[in-house]
Design a protein around this ligand. Structure first.
Ligand code: NAP
Length: 279
């Protein structure tokens, strides 16, 4: 697939699935924007990709997804340099075993895995709209099946469980995808999400060392885990498909909650309230 002339923004590309997604899309000729909080790590990734694709066009820009101010400032810098965005991949994610807060005082998993892509996408929508046909891809997980959205305690203030918070955030990724796809119907922007597989990445570094090493032996590689994201970003086969959840490059059925339009609308409204002061 030739992606020459396409501007592609990938969050969380300093390791794991995002890094391999960036490598593959750069090799297809896309101009890659790599927002990162750890600039040294991002430079190492860029150097590594340049080894496999010497002509890769990669620009690193600073962005801490646990901060609304940093996301807003990143978008301002991005828009000052680029007037188009053809492919937005919301890939960054984390698991926090202990409850932590973002710079805005919001529970970290909810802030980074859901509110950050929500805000980033909203702020970039006008640029994406100028770049149609365009694609938005959100990296979710099969973990979403295990939970619902706890509107009474969405930040786990009363009771926090790291896995539950992660699963809830991945469910939020699907609800966000489906609601946004409806809003963008007929605009030439498609929005899809996916499960990448169970992939041996740093995501599982929260699990203690010997066990972590052992379970990774049974997981797929980051390159394999990036395949569905790459497919959604580049394949002509998915042109015009929107609002879907993919697994192994095929449309899959997410949980009943993930398909509930009322829950999606309620989550959207709540997410708006978190970021309203920024608009
Ligand atoms: N691995 C799996 O089995 C699996 C399964 C289902 C879904 N997923 C999803 O796949 C996506 C990618 O995860 P991965 O497995 O590739 O994990 P990973 O190797 O740990 O990569 C996570 C990426 O997110 C970035 N990130 C985390 N917090 C950030 C923040 N506050 N600001 C900016 N960047 C931040 C990390 O940047 P730093 O380098 O700065 O830490 C890193 O680049 C996630 O959304 C995850 O939920 C993974």
């Amino acid at each position: 697939m030739n992606l020459e002339g396409k501007i592609c923004l990938i969050t969380g590309a300093t390791s794991g699935i995002g890094k391999e997604t960036a490598r593959a899309l750069a090799s297809m000729g896309a101009h890659i924007i790599l927002p990162a909080r750890n600039l040294e790590r991002a430079e190492r990734v860029k150097a590594d990709i340049l080894q496999t694709t010497p002509r890769a066009a990669i620009e690193i820009m600073e962005c801490e997804l646990a901060s609304f101010a940093s996301i807003t400032s990143f978008v301002q810098s991005f828009k000052a340099r680029y007037s188009n965005l053809h492919i937005l991949i919301n890939n960054a994610g984390l698991i926090e075993t202990k409850r932590k807060l973002s710079r805005d005082g919001i529970e970290m998993t909810f802030a980074v895995n859901h509110l950050a892509p929500f805000l980033l996408t909203k702020l970039l929508l006008d640029t994406i709209q100028r770049s149609t046909p365009a694609r938005i891809i959100n990296v979710s997980s099969e973990a979403h099946h295990s939970t619902t959205i706890n509107f009474d305690d969405i930040e786990g203030k009363k009771h926090y469980n790291g896995w539950r918070a992660y699963a809830q955030s991945k469910l939020a990724n699907i609800l966000f995808t489906r609601h946004l796809a409806i809003m963008l119907q007929g605009t030439g922007i498609s929005v899809n999400c996916l499960h990448p597989g169970v992939v041996a990445t740093d995501l599982f570094d929260v699990i203690p060392a010997p066990f972590n090493f052992l379970i990774k032996l049974f997981m797929i590689s980051p390159a394999k885990g990036a395949e569905t994201t790459i497919y959604l970003a580049s394949s002509p086969e998915v042109e015009g498909i929107t609002g879907e959840y993919f697994d192994k490059k095929k449309i899959a059925i997410p949980s009943i909650v993930a398909r509930d339009a009322d829950i999606a609308a309620r989550l959207w409204q709540l997410s708006e309230q978190y970021v309203v002061s920024l608009f």
